[in-house]
Design a protein around this ligand. Structure first.
Ligand code: ADP
Ligand code: MG
Length: 422
């Protein structure tokens, strides 16, 4: 497939942000950074709330990213400055592991991802410090560091600003401390940091997307086996764009909803006697639905139906992409089905997301859906380039009419994963 180069929507991240990170580092800490490490946010094209059910997802890394400019320190202090917040956190790496502190006796590869009872650091700082803690716990020789973080991923918009921050931090720590992480290690340890240290029960989707991202491709991921299959996704060749519609409604209030959905899936899998809902075949869904509705309750049966049908939609979407002369309407159709299922069966959409999706499609998009965990955040719409302005105008007008905040738009460009950029 052809790479999108030289256009305004180039997949190469602007070096301006890398330079800004270097400059910011010098202003904040003095001296030159030893390097800059960059990790992208993501959109999930289809396959929502399947990643913690051992299922399939189809994300792509985008050209919005977190940049970490870093230098080693002679002592055992980790100092991290977050440019978007104007805040610094400073911790002793040794205080993170000793007995009586935020120590944790679980081995680094323990499947137990429950949160630490008492993490030493909270709020935004738990994300970078959690990464240092997890890497140290896994035996990597993390050294003292100054890290300047700056990000172009909107925060709390369902585009994985948290995973971008974690992956950039992990690579920076490795880069200046002299250890290398495999892509799989990068994804696994950063997810662990978010789960255990920041206390957010996310599945592997976000961190895998940021770690494995490939220029010009979506990633077909089997979250059970960990297999990642990059799939060329050249929308420009089809005369189309994947438009991100950021509703600017933070999904933060959906935390309980997310944990609740996870718990429902685990309950249903246990009731059905399968390791995960991934193991329910589409053909068995009618029977399974009835069984869960009677044995547990109908709400849980609808949760199961979402997961089973969503897994099937990811596979169908990929099968369509694999056709040499695929067309966009069937892809858009799967996106619409996905959104309806998330809205009606899984109940994780939000009025703003529903308006964004319905309006985009009424204005000519092939399809649209919420992306990310839901309860706010962003939608994506598959739009012919010629209709881009019309779709944006229509969504903007609909939001104004409903009294919603003005949405933000930008094209999602399939981009490279976490890496050193300077
Ligand atoms: P998302 O990953 O969808 O953007 P999350 O709630 O998972 O939303 O993560 C957002 C949190 O991650 C923020 O509240 C903050 O704690 C942290 N975070 C993300 N990006 C930054 C940043 N650039 N600077 C400081 N903290 C950040
Ligand atoms: Mg996140």
């Amino acid at each position: 497939m052809s790479r999108q180069t030289g256009s305004a929507s180039s997949a190469v991240p602007s070096t301006a942000f890398v330079d800004e990170a270097r400059r910011g580092f010098t202003e904040q800490f003095g001296g030159e950074p030893a390097g800059v490490w960059t990790a992208p946010g993501r959109v999930n094209v289809i396959g929502e709330h399947t990643d913690y059910n051992d299922g399939f997802v189809l994300p792509m890394a985008i050209d919005r990213a977190c940049h970490a400019a870093a230098a080693p320190r002679a002592d055992r202090v980790l100092r991290v400055y977050a440019a978007q917040l104007g805040k610094t956190v400073e911790v002793s790496l040794d205080a993170l592991t000793g007995p009586g502190s935020a120590g944790d006796t679980r081995p680094a590869d323990s499947p137990d991802m429950s949160p630490l009872a008492d993490p030493a650091v909270t709020g935004w700082a738990a994300y970078p410090v959690g990464v240092a803690w997890v890497l140290q716990q896994a035996g990597f020789p993390v050294g003292g560091a100054d890290i300047y973080l700056t990000s172009t991923v909107p925060v709390g918009s369902g585009l994985s600003s948290s995973a971008a921050l974690e992956c950039a931090t992990a690579l920076a720590l490795g880069g200046i401390s002299g250890f290398e992480l495999t892509t799989a290690e990068l994804a696994r340890h950063t997810q662990r940091a978010e789960n255990i240290y920041a206390g957010v029960p996310c599945g592997p989707l976000d961190q895998m997307s940021s770690a494995y991202g490939e220029d010009g491709s979506v990633l077909f991921i089997d979250t059970r086996s960990g297999e990642v299959r990059p799939q060329p996704f050249d929308l420009a060749a089809e005369g189309a764009v994947l438009l991100v519609i950021d509703t600017r409604v933070s999904h933060a209030h959906g935390e309980n909803g997310y944990a609740d959905r996870r718990a429902a899936c685990e309950r249903a899998a246990a009731f059905l006697g399968v390791p995960a809902l991934r193991d329910i075949a589409l053909a068995d869904l009618p029977e399974t639905f009835a069984k869960v509705a009677v044995g547990l309750d109908e709400t849980t049966a609808r949760r199961v139906r979402h997961v089973v049908t969503e897994n099937a939609r990811v596979q169908q979407f990929v099968a369509i992409l694999n056709h040499k002369d695929f067309s966009l309407p069937p892809l858009g159709h799967r996106m619409m089905q996905s959104h309806a299922s998330l809205r009606d069966d899984y109940e994780v959409s939000a009025p703003e997301l529903d308006v964004a999706v319905a309006t985009a499609v009424a204005a000519g998009a092939h399809g649209a859906r919420m992306t990310g965990g839901g309860f706010g955040g962003s939608a994506i719409a598959l739009v012919d380039t010629g209709l881009l302005d019309a779709v944006q105008d229509a969504v903007r007008a609909a939001f104004a009419e409903h009294g919603y905040p003005e949405p933000q738009f930008f094209p999602a460009v399939a981009s490279a994963g976490a890496r050193r950029t300077a």
